[in-house]
Design a protein around this ligand. Structure first.
Ligand code: C2E
Ligand code: CA
Ligand code: CA
Length: 773
């Protein structure tokens, strides 16, 4: 811009000066010509007078008139008359040069003297009587000689004026040339300086861009003008091609055919904001790349769209691996509880539409615990695998046989009515008829089966599983190796549940509930970085009741809302108290469990904000533990995500609890604000006995790290479990090995001890002397 502006300015000035100089020169040329012509006219006048005196025809009057008018034009500007056989009339500008001006004035006076003398001569009047205005006094000479002298003087002064003019014109042209040269040089200089400045600025900008880009491990690609204009080093590393081999269209050659159009579009329109595409690496393997687009088309240095991309292949692999692990039981390779639930929900929907029935069978092995205890876990595992194989042999391929966990299996038979369900149950029991040989022993294994049949009623998946469970207990009660169809009056369990529900309501009112806290420690230095708040119920009637028992009932009956609010308020108040006492580390977080039910119904956002306000606890010191199922499924999941996102923006932390047990849409986690993943206790328990559990723990930890958050292993009971989770780079841990969930006072003591270790307390200051009166 600067360069162009200067160039334009300098050129305009030059052209303007040239035009002015040219028109000026033209004027001066005319003036010089007219002035020179005066000489000719003067001579012609003298001739004319002589000719008339000799009796010939001539017009001295006309020539005199021409002389005078030309002189007037030269002096004041105007039209110089045409001269017969010589010149056309010409426009003359008034002279501005004082020398020329006085010369022309003298000329004008001399012309007056000359023509008046000529007229006197022709009229035979003595020339001495003619008054002379020009101040020239030819002396006592003859009249004709006198006239000649006057003519010579006139012609002389005209010539002088013309010469002065010409000189001035030359000087002007010279100065014009000088000015133009100066202007050109100045323009050039300024342009060069500006160009240098521009080059430096561009270098700086580019260097800045490059430094941003090269310091990042991101794959950075700049698209501009329909092609690739820049790639960062990680791109050349990944693709094994030099930068020059990736510019223009060549980058696109490495993009998967099916993704190419989307990449081209994105490079031109900076849309969408996030783009997934496949890029071929140096080994010819497709890498899944996630690019975030920045529209810098308005930036005059880049004029393009910048792709900041990451290779997420490993993360995607982990996710799909985890998804597989999430849906299949690793021991038997049968579908697990999560997948069974899903199939059951679909089956229920189909049976409602088609008005057919459906049966759920729940199987629990009889006496399996004794096998496990006496022969060990390996024998137990082998037995479970063989049982699963036998079951699988007697069910139709369209049925879903699943392992719910432990020694519990379940079977979904779509389209089955009661009698068919009973037949299936018989077949299953018969399949166990032959003994199993495990660890060199012959074992007989039986099973109790609960059956529930749905024919389009209101019962949902959980209801059916629970009812089948009730029926299975009834089968066990009536002796082993039997099956039992569910009846509504089997709700003995339900009665128990009702009793518990009423007691729980009273517990809240009577202050039987309290909150305990379990420390979470950093695996770096084993320092306490947070606590998990856990609800405790000590009933005067029942003694201490486990949350595992009463939380599901609270969720079912809606009591969970009151309980959740109680825990949240209490945990915030307690943490704020520790903070006020000055024993809370800065980045300490108190984690509160939030039930999926609470999230699905909504209102958590308001609840949390109020608890924070009432307690004065900074939002950063509160964390919410949610299960993945609560945030990924359907419209309730969407509401939950919305509320958690709001809280996350406020600073509240979010952890995914029981991770690895029941997710269906892991991909969504990527766009969800997560601060921590909690590896489920069940995997930690299997760490040393089951290689697959160990793999899951390792995978969850890598997944957390690829999401940029820490992982915590819960339920650490032994130091070898601790070693195992350390070995896979887990960041935090929680479990009985460190501390059991404890009453606030015990946590206070722990925090104080930790603080004393970190910064030994200075000796108590001497109390100020009492003011004397
Ligand atoms: P959770 O969220 O997975 O909580 C961790 C459970 O593991 C707690 O059981 C804790 O006492 C137990 N635990 C911790 N370390 C160890 C260990 O080393 N070994 C073993 N075997 N267990 C360990 P708890 O307190 O019985 O709670 C059970 C579940 O009840 C919790 O599982 C959580 O889902 C629910 N729960 C507890 N308090 C609340 C609450 O305030 N709100 C909600 N919504 N749910 C809660
Ligand atoms: Ca928890
Ligand atoms: Ca947990």
């Amino acid at each position: 811009m600067g360069i162009l502006g200067t160039m334009a300015l300098v050129s305009a000035a030059t052209v303007f000066l040239s035009i002015r100089a040219t028109t000026g020169s033209q004027h001066r040329a005319v003036v010089v010509e007219v002035a020179a012509r005066q000489r000719t006219l003067t001579e012609r006048y003298l001739n004319d007078v002589m000719l008339v005196r000799a009796g010939a025809r001539a017009a001295p009057g006309t020539t005199a008139m021409l002389l005078r008018r030309s002189a007037d034009a030269l002096l004041h500007g105007g039209l110089a008359p045409a001269v017969n056989g010589d010149d056309d009339e010409a426009h003359v500008a008034a002279t501005t040069n004082p020398t020329v001006h006085s010369q022309l004035e003298q000329e004008r006076r001399l012309i007056g003297d000359l023509t008046r003398s000529g007229a006197a001569l022709l009229a035979n009047r003595p020339l001495a009587s003619v008054e002379l205005a020009a101040g020239e006094h030819p002396g006592a000479i003859g009249d004709v000689a006198r006239l000649r002298v006057l003519a010579a003087l006139t012609s002389n002064v005209s010539l002088n004026a013309a010469r002065t003019f010409a000189r001035e014109a030359d000087a002007n042209v010279n100065s014009l040339i000088a000015t133009q040269v100066a202007l050109g040089a100045a323009g050039l200089l300024i342009s060069v300086l500006l160009a240098l400045a521009l080059v430096a600025a561009t270098r700086r900008q580019t260097a800045h861009f490059r430094s941003l880009v090269t310091s990042s491990t991101d794959l950075v690609v700049l698209f501009s003008g329909g092609g690739c204009r820049y790639v960062s080093e990680p791109v050349t590393d990944l693709t094994g091609r030099a930068e020059a081999d990736l510019l223009g269209d060549r980058f696109l050659e490495l993009v998967h055919e099916d993704d190419r159009a989307a990449v081209i579009d994105a490079g031109e329109q900076a849309q969408p904001r996030v783009l997934l595409f496949r890029l071929m690496d140096r080994f010819g393997v497709w890498r899944q790349v996630e690019a975030h687009l920045t529209d810098l088309r308005g930036d005059r240095h880049l004029r393009g769209v910048v792709f900041n991309a990451r290779d997420i292949s490993e993360r995607m692999r982990l996710e799909s691996e985890l998804t597989r692990q999430a849906f299949y039981d690793v021991l038997t390779n049968l579908p697990n509880r999560a997948l069974f639930r899903d199939r059951l929900a679909q089956g229920l929907a189909r049976s409602r539409r088609a008005r057919t029935s459906l049966a759920v069978l729940l199987l629990d092995l009889d006496g399996f615990k004794q096998v496990n205890d006496s022969l060990g876990h390996d024998a137990g595992d082998q037995l479970l695998r063989e049982v699963a194989e036998r079951f699988a042999e007697v069910v139709r391929p369209t049925d879903t046989l699943a392992r719910l966990g432990g020694d519990e299996f379940t079977l979904l038979v779509e389209g089955a009515a009661e009698d068919e369900a009973l037949l299936v149950a018989q077949r299953l029991l018969q399949s166990l008829g032959d003994p199993f040989s495990v660890s060199g022993r012959e074992l007989r294994m039986g099973s109790s089966i609960g059956i529930v049949v749905s024919s389009g009623g209101k019962a949902g998946t959980e209801d059916l599983i629970r009812d089948a469970d009730v029926a299975m207990y009834a089968a066990k009660e009536s002796g082993r190796g039997r099956y039992q169809l569910y009846h509504p009056d089997m709700a003995l369990e339900l009665g128990e549940q009702l009793g518990l529900e009423q007691d729980l309501r009273d517990a809240l009112k009577n202050g039987e509930l309290s909150v305990h806290y379990q420390p979470e420690v950093s695996l770096k230095d084993e320092g306490i970085v947070g606590v998990e708040a856990l609800l405790r119920w000590t009933s005067p009637k029942r003694g201490s009741v486990s949350p595992a028992q009463f939380i599901p009932i609270a969720e079912e009956t809606g009591l969970i809302f009151d309980l959740g609010e109680f825990v949240l308020d209490e945990a915030c108040r307690q943490a704020a108290q520790w903070r006020a006492d000055g024993i809370l580390p800065d980045d300490f977080v108190v984690w509160v469990n939030v039930s999926g039910k609470q999230l699905a119904v909504g209102g958590v956002n308001g609840l949390v904000r109020r608890a924070l306000e009432d307690s004065g606890l900074p939002p950063q010191q509160l964390g919410l533990e949610v299960t993945e199922t609560a945030i990924v499924s359907g419209a309730p999941g969407e509401r939950a995500r919305g509320e958690l996102e709001l809280l996350h923006t406020l600073g509240v932390r979010v952890a995914i609890d029981d991770f690895g047990t029941g997710f269906s849409a892991l991909g969504q986690l990527r766009h969800f604000p997560i601060d921590m993943l909690k590896v489920d206790r069940s995997f930690v328990q299997g760490l040393e006995t089951d290689a697959r559990d160990a793999a899951i723990v390792a995978n969850v930890v890598s997944l957390a790290h690829s999401l940029g958050v820490p992982a915590i292993a819960e339920g650490i009971e032994t130091s070898s479990q601790l070693d195992s989770v350390r070995a896979v780079d887990c960041d935090l841990a929680q479990g009985f090995l460190f501390a059991r969930p404890s009453a606030p006072a015990e946590i206070t003591a722990l925090l104080e001890a930790a603080r004393a270790r970190a910064a030994p307390t200075p000796p108590a200051p001497t109390p100020p002397a009492p003011a004397s009166r």
